[in-house]
Design a protein around this ligand. Structure first.
Ligand code: PMP
Length: 393
């Protein structure tokens, strides 16, 4: 049946990662494809207890509707946590969202008219690209290096782009590249945004997963004009299944997010918010994060060391100081989509990097995740991947 869909649907395609994950659900597949946390670390026993407690103590409240803004005690705890990256806000600057993905969708809804241009890093997060595309925008990709966006290039692009609407960045352990912005670039980004009067969307799911070195201040720390909108989430530091994220912004800006949230889903799950709030009261989330980091650091080391030993010469990859991903650049003539087909025959999967570039190209790149496979599988998987790469050289 040919239904008459809205024009915007023409822009929306199935995410390659989701399609891929379907293909590789077989347990024998070693997957470096998704961005999933290690499930064996989830606090399942604690959550059983907490769920029982919130239902026993306040059953009628936790099953009831709540406010659009979110559960105030949880908003307060999040506001306190923002101080760790130099952002001094109150609960009135925090909206609880259904994952930070919802904050991305709302950003598109609030700022984008058809034909507007999103300024983003090259490469950028596929889920954001797809969320924004639904609002019929195009993308201007700014070249990046190990310190983040190259600000001179950003200025060149802004000078010639008439309908730039906001700048979207993932400054800490970027998805997909694993890179982190220097403090200097953070400052300069805010200066440039001030000059061009553009909002900055700072998407930061991974910053708390730092294995070594010091966490830089958020870009929002340098914001003096209320133009930085910070998106946070508990998906990588706690459990993605709860779908709990937040938007942190000036109250005037946040009001727009609250308005669209009302139209989207009224509020984020009451019981999920109460459960997380209880967890934060009873347990030390930072201690839990330390535990996760130890495991991920080991896995990162193992993946990178195995790559160093097994990958042929001439293959470049990033050394992430935290987060979940490393980014690989293959010789120009190797197409990572073809490589993936061959790798899947050997039961290994990853995400070809081309999909992270909204304007195409860069088919010789790939993203590898190290958080979700155990150590044995990481070594076997990388060895098999190295074999396939050698075959294609
Ligand atoms: N932003 C980035 C950069 C991500 O990698 C992800 C998760 N893959 C999200 C946002 C969305 O995460 P969630 O909705 O689970 O908070």
């Amino acid at each position: 049946m040919a239904l008459n869909y809205a024009e915007r649907m023409g822009n929306i395609r199935a995410s390659e990662i989701r399609e891929l994950l379907k293909l590789i659900e077989k347990p024998e597949v070693i997957s470096f494809a998704g961005g999933l946390p290690a499930p064996e670390l989830f606090p399942v026993e604690e959550m059983k207890e907490i769920t029982r407690e919130v239902l026993e103590e306040e059953g009628e409240k936790v099953l009831q509707y709540g406010t659009t803004e979110g559960y105030t005690p949880l908003r307060k705890k999040i506001a306190e946590r923002m101080a760790k990256v130099g952002v001094n806000v109150t609960y009135e600057n925090i909206l609880i969202t259904s994952g930070s993905q919802q904050g991305l969708d709302f950003t598109g809804k609030i700022f984008l008219d058809p034909g507007d241009v999103v300024i983003c890093e090259s490469p950028s997060y596929l889920g954001a690209i797809n969320a924004f595309k639904a609002y019929q925008c195009s993308f201007a990709e700014v070249p990046t290096d190990d310190d983040g966006m190259i600000i001179e290039e950003l200025e060149k692009i802004l000078e010639k782009t008439e309908r730039a609407k906001f700048i979207y960045v993932i400054p800490d352990f970027q998805n997909p590249s694993g890179r982190t912005w220097s403090v200097e670039r953070r400052k300069r980004l805010v200066e440039v945004a001030n000059k061009y009067n553009l909002p900055i969307i700072e998407d930061n799911p991974y910053g708390e997963l730092r294995f070594e070195g010091e966490r830089p201040p958020a870009i929002k720390h340098f914001d003096t004009e209320g133009r930085v909108i910070f998106l946070g989430t508990f998906s990588k530091t706690f459990c993605p299944g709860l779908r709990l994220g937040w938007t942190c912004a000036d109250t005037e800006v946040l009001q727009k997010y609250i308005l669209v949230k009302q139209g989207a889903d009224l509020q984020t799950s009451t019981i999920a918010q109460r459960e997380l709030n209880k967890f934060l009261e009873k347990y030390d989330l930072d201690e839990y994060i330390e535990k996760i980091k130890k495991v991920y650091k080991r896995r990162r080391d193992l993946m990178l060391n195995t790559m160093k030993e097994e990958f042929p010469e001439g293959i470049k990859y990033t050394y992430p100081e935290g987060g979940l991903f490393t980014w690989v650049e293959l010789p120009e003539h190797i197409n990572a989509r073809e490589l993936l087909e061959k790798a899947i025959e050997k039961n290994v999967a990853f995400v070809p990097g081309g999909s992270f570039f909204p304007n195409g190209g860069h088919e010789n790149t790939m993203r590898l995740n190290y958080s979700n496979m155990d150590e044995e599988r990481i070594v076997i998987g990388i060895k098999r991947l190295a074999e396939v790469i050698k075959e294609m050289l």
